[in-house]
Design a protein around this ligand. Structure first.
Ligand SMILES: [Zn+2]
Length: 273
């Protein structure tokens, strides 16, 4: 499932194709959205915004197309009115004079007014977006009393806590901040909570700018130069079960937290804070 950095990169591609251009035609597969085809046709796209894993395409008449890609949703940007060879179902198409933005397989699509966005049951309750929020804003959220007694491993996947963190970012953020997944914010020192906020924003932005890489960039460059495949240099611990920790050499462990796999180093991330 794409995480915040991947969604933001998809949004950048969409923005390059759509921003400032009039949508000559808009297509929705879902019957209840068909009336919006006429309302959005001919309207200029103002911007493409991400909120965590949610994406909003804003039109000049103040309507916005909202989409949330679950496991299967995928955007394609193509020359106008051309389509990829795919067995997927086309759910939404925005065509302008030059490009077509095509969303396949996604099931969570809606058209919203500014008022509906403000009251949206998912969007209105999202935590700060780790790709774009200031570290101070993320730290303030981490210090909120309502999160203090929840284990970090589960808490980090809660989009109401921090929006845009998914499974690989979770393992990487905990490793870089040196925190065991079973610890709760209430177990951590102020310095540890600061390290957590710093790791969350730094790693999300690094992943966004460097095509999903969260590992130290110098280490990643050296491994790449030595001929290692991307899977070997991309992360600190995620998907590296049994391989030596890049900091201490201890084999990286695999566990399951909130029904998803999590990798960590038992030495760099001790259970006692
Ligand atoms: Zn280690």
């Amino acid at each position: 499932m794409p995480e915040g950095p991947e969604i933001r990169r998809a949004a950048d591609r969409l923005e390059r194709a759509l921003k400032g251009q009039s949508a000559e035609a808009v297509f929705f597969a879902f019957e209840h959205l068909k009336p919006f085809e006429r309302q959005l046709g001919g309207q200029r796209v103002e911007s493409v915004e991400t909120r965590g894993k949610g994406l909003l395409i804003h039109f000049e008449n103040r309507l916005s197309i909202y989409s949330y890609n679950q496991l299967y949703g995928r955007w394609f940007v193509r020359p106008a009115h051309s389509y990829p060879r795919t067995g997927r179902q086309l759910r939404l198409a925005i065509h302008n004079a030059h490009k077509s933005a095509l969303l396949y397989s996604a099931s969570d699509i809606d058209v919203l007014t500014p008022g509906q966005i403000a009251l949206h049951p998912f969007l209105s309750r999202l935590g700060p977006d780790v790709v774009s929020a200031e570290t101070g804003v993320v730290l303030k959220q981490i210090r909120e009393p309502r999160f203090a007694r929840r284990q970090l491993g589960a808490l980090l996947l809660d989009q109401h806590f921090l929006a845009g963190v998914g499974n690989y970012l979770r393992s990487e953020i905990l490793f870089v901040s040196g925190l065991h997944p079973r610890l709760r914010p209430s177990d951590c020192s102020p310095e540890q909570l600061e390290a957590l906020a710093e790791a969350a924003t730094t790693l999300a932005r690094r992943s966004y700018r460097h095509n999903g890489v969260t590992c130290d960039l110098r280490i990643a460059r050296e491994l790449k130069a030595a001929g290692q495949p991307r899977s070997r240099y991309r992360h600190w611990v995620f998907s590296r079960t049994g391989r030596p920790c890049r900091q201490c050499g201890t084999p990286v462990l695999l566990t399951t937290v909130a029904s998803r796999r999590l990798n960590y180093c038992p030495v760099c991330q001790p259970q006692q804070a």
